[in-house]
Design a binder for this molecule. Structure first.
Ligand code: NAD
Length: 348
């Protein structure tokens, strides 16, 4: 049997090891650190090879590949979105991802990304709100209390400084689960019985529901002047959360327009409806929040660079934390041309 060389061994972060890493670093600190990586990569936007994600749609949901590269590293995420999964005992969203060297194409990290997606989505939402939400925002309404919910609440507490979250879900069990999980975070948690109740007094509204249809989670009259909306759940063709009239009253901020025009809330608008790209706001090239009457909307769909940043962060943690195993994933014959010989020798 041959022993694989160090180069051929790929660090693998399992779900178990990801949980250990999150608990070692602490979820709030990890979200804040991932947000720093995401922000740094948004600020190098023009370096990235960008493409809308490649989506395979079915009756039940979608399976997507999300690739990107900064010229030095290449990354992709495999992710699904199946709104009916929860009722069948499966996650709505599961994911894994790869980071590789561009110079020789060798993968340098394979990681679970179901937990990492929740962390990076929360980090992105709160990072964006840092630029767009009203200064001094203290209360967030959180509509949809599923898998992403607590990560979002924690991210907004850590990065934006909210102290109160008002929860609502059509399923009261989901709200009870989130309230229990958030009890020890220091947030004041208020469980609400209607979406109207949840948005009362909130400066930030996060919608994070899963439904494979154009739903109306927020109607126009629920959104007052000056609010920041963080709309996460509408992220597929034919899957939206906001009434169109809200979009018409909002200044809309997006990750990557060619993807968001197809998948985001703005699929309800004309293709030339003005939107602002977040990287420009982060670089100071475009205005974020102008005044306290403006409604700002982050039409979040999740873009490949955010996963790339999260993978880059996890890869950097490998030097400090022993939370990975090495996989014999790449064939590594002594003579690179003697692949056949290596297989044949393994028989003896
Ligand atoms: N933008 C992004 O980057 C990003 C990242 C991850 C997930 N998502 C999307 O976010 C959504 C939520 O993901 P999740 O993993 O938390 O899903 P989940 O299935 O765990 O939770 C969704 C919750 O929404 C609730 N819900 C459904 N319809 C509702 C309604 N009308 N009003 C109130 N609550 C309602 C459900 O009861 C459930 O508790 C999904 O649509 C997913 O595709 C987006």
């Amino acid at each position: 049997m041959t022993t694989p060389s160090k180069l051929a061994l790929v660090p693998f972060v399992s779900v178990d090891n990801m949980m250990k890493l999150v608990n070692k670093i602490g979820p709030a600190q990890m979200i804040a650190e991932i947000a720093d990586y995401i922000e740094a990569d948004f600020k190098r936007w023009e370096l990235f090879d960008k493409t809308p994600r490649v989506a395979a749609h079915s009756e039940e949901g979608v399976i997507e590949l999300m690739p990107t590269s900064d010229g030095e590293s290449y990354g992709f995420k495999y992710v699904n979105g199946h709104p009916a999964n929860m009722a069948r005992g499966f996650q709505t969203v599961t994911a894994f991802g790869v980071l590789a060297r561009v110079d020789n194409g060798y993968p340098i990290l394979l990681s679970e990304m179901t937990i990492l997606t929740a962390l990076r989505t929360a980090a992105t939402s709160a990072l964006v709100a840092k630029y767009l939400a009203p200064k001094g925002s203290k209360t967030m309404a959180m509509i949809g209390n599923g898998a992403q919910c607590e990560f979002q609440a924690l991210a907004f507490k850590t990065i934006v400084g909210i102290d109160t979250v008002r929860l609502y879900d059509i399923d009261p069990d989901a709200t009870a689960k989130a309230a229990k999980n958030l009890a020890a975070t220091g947030l004041e948690v208020i469980s609400c019985t209607s979406p109207e109740d949840a948005v009362a007094g909130a400066q930030i509204i996060t919608t994070c529901t899963a439904d494979k249809q154009c739903a109306t989670i927020l109607t126009d009259n629920m959104v007052g002047a000056g609010v920041h909306i963080n709309a996460i759940g509408g992220d597929c063709p034919g899957k939206t959360e906001l009434h169109r009239d809200i979009l018409l009253r909002s200044d809309i901020f997006v990750e990557y327009p060619p993807q968001t025009r197809v998948e985001g809330e703005i699929q309800q608008l004309d293709d030339d409806h003005p939107v602002t790209e977040l990287w420009r706001v982060m670089l100071g090239q475009a205005e974020g929040r102008r005044d306290d009457k403006q409604i700002t909307l982050f039409d979040s769909v999740g873009f490949a660079t955010e996963d790339f940043s999260a993978l880059r962060y996890i890869h950097d943690q490998l030097a400090h934390h022993d939370t990975f195993v090495e996989l014999d994933m790449l064939a590594d014959p002594d003579d690179p041309r003697d692949l056949f010989g290596m297989v044949a020798r393994a028989a003896s």
